[in-house]
Design a protein around this ligand. Structure first.
Ligand code: BV8
Length: 227
């Protein structure tokens, strides 16, 4: 399964398509989630991520997240790959979630590249590495950056070896994540899309269920439970 921002929408976490609100309304996420933007103005980028952390802390997993955690108990082999950096799948009880684009709540050293704790003091007023004092950055994948190697390998393997590939709450427009469904289809899997509206994947999917994930997924899991 591959999930995107749409599965967290019903938890009050804005999708990337949803217009940003307040201070961020004037920015496209694609312009903020880049190493260049961070190099240019780390203070602004940290404000954006702190804003998003606040939104997610105030959010709760929804019926869509819970249905996927439930499904994992019912099917023998299930791999959950998410593009979301909000950690809501894990809070809903899903295990071994492949965080394809990282996680909002971890910091990594902008020089050493490793996940690091924050230094107690800070000379720049921004989070700094407890080990080398360099600026910390959120442990997420920015546009133009590579997917973490282990996550990419695990996701590719799961897509190549699955019988059913579920694409949930994603516009399927950001690569290489958007290529996973085609990889699964080429390997003979059934591709099922669950999304509020048609996407670039819809016509290539074997089944396209258009509706809210928080409604469609519990119904899907229940119907599977009856079989
Ligand atoms: C890379 C983390 C190279 C940060 C993110 C091939 C073709 C074209 C372009 C490219 C290509 N290959 C690479 C690129 C460039 C780029 C890319 O894909 N650009 C796009 C814009 C065209 N890709 C990259 O830059 C990638 N890196 O290529 O590096 C490289 C390789 C090796 C070595 C060095 C370098 C990295 C991409 C990752 C960027 N990071 N996030 C952060 O979050 O701050 S991407 C971010 O945006 C999300 O993680 C997610 O992936 C994406 C948003 O997409 P969705 O999740 O689909 O969300 P969206 O809002 O778009 O849609 C939501 C959907 O839900 C909608 O359809 C809506 O209808 C639906 N919905 C709404 N409510 C509900 C619902 N559905 C169900 N229920 C509901 N209630």
């Amino acid at each position: 399964m591959l999930t995107g921002a749409g599965i967290s929408a019903e938890s009050g976490v804005p999708t990337f398509r949803d217009a940003q609100t307040g201070l961020w309304a004037q920015f496209r996420p694609e312009d903020l989630a880049t190493p260049e933007a961070f190099a240019r103005d780390p203070k602004r980028i940290w404000q954006w991520y702190e804003w998003r952390r606040g939104l997610v802390r105030a959010a709760e997993p929804n019926a869509g997240h819970r249905a996927l955690a439930d499904l994992a108990q019912r099917v023998p082999q299930l791999t959950l790959v998410t593009q979301n950096v909000d950690g809501l799948h894990q809070r809903a009880g899903s295990h071994d979630v492949i965080e394809y684009h990282g996680n909002l709540f971890r910091d990594r050293c902008s020089v050493e590249g490793a996940v690091r704790d924050r230094a107690t003091g800070t000379t720049s007023g921004l989070p700094e590495c407890a080990r080398c004092g360099a600026l910390l950055r959120p442990d997420v994948v920015w546009f133009g950056e590579a997917i973490p190697a282990q996550a990419q390998r695990q996701a590719d393997d799961a897509a190549t070896n699955c019988d059913v590939f579920l694409s949930i709450g994603t516009a399927a427009a950001v690569y290489p994540a958007a290529g996973l469904a085609d990889r699964a289809a080429r390997a003979g899997a059934q591709v099922i899309e669950v999304n509020l509206e048609p996407t670039g994947l819809s016509e290539r999917a074997d089944v396209a269920l258009h509706g809210k994930a928080g409604t469609v997924l519990p119904a899907l899991v229940q119907s599977l439970a009856r079989t």
